[in-house]
Design a protein around this ligand. Structure first.
Ligand SMILES: [Zn+2]
Ligand SMILES: [Zn+2]
Length: 162
């Protein structure tokens, strides 16, 4: 049996194929180390340590890294934290959001500057911004006319052409 396969083992094509396989595996191992190093760096998870682990254990080290690596990129986490902090600052500053389009609006806006939704009404006497449900102005004690359900739209809607 061994004698039968011997010409194959010793043939130039076989040796070339083996060498190509070895070269491919080396390139693959280096690429895996580099990929792990970059991925760990972006996630803020000890890139040099994981590069060494993958360098020693190759695919098995990479598999361990894939299991224990942080689930998100460090930049993403930082960005989200900044976003949350900005939201908190907005809330503490008294900035509210439009109930219609959810964009930030100041608490004394009469209408939303983004979607034109009516947010507050003007006091008929002192002109301060009042909540639509308030029946009396808390600043000058002037009674407000009841809010009408059907308000005249800002721009007349053109009749649909039939
Ligand atoms: Zn709006
Ligand atoms: Zn008033």
């Amino acid at each position: 049996m061994g004698d039968l396969l011997k010409p194959i083992y010793t043939s130039a094509e076989f040796r070339l194929g083996t060498q190509l396989c070895v070269v491919f595996m080396i390139v693959f191992a280096i690429a895996l180390i580099f990929w792990t190093w970059r991925d760990a760096d972006r996630r803020g998870a000890m890139p040099w340590f994981w590069a060494v682990v993958v360098g020693i254990f190759s695919v098995f080290g990479w598999m361990i890294y894939m299991v224990v690596r942080p689930p998100e990129f460090a930049e993403d986490a930082r960005e989200r934290e900044l976003e949350i902090r900005a939201k908190e600052a907005e809330i503490s500053r008294g900035v509210t959001t439009c109930p219609s389009c959810l964009k930030p609006v100041e608490s004394d806006y009469l209408i939303c500057p983004y979607c034109m939704k009516k947010l507050r009404k003007e006091c008929t006497s002192c002109g301060k911004a009042l909540k639509l449900s308030w029946a009396v102005c808390p600043y000058c004690k002037t009674k407000q006319p009841p809010a009408t359900a059907t308000e005249t739209p800002a721009a007349p809607v053109p009749p649909a052409k039939g």
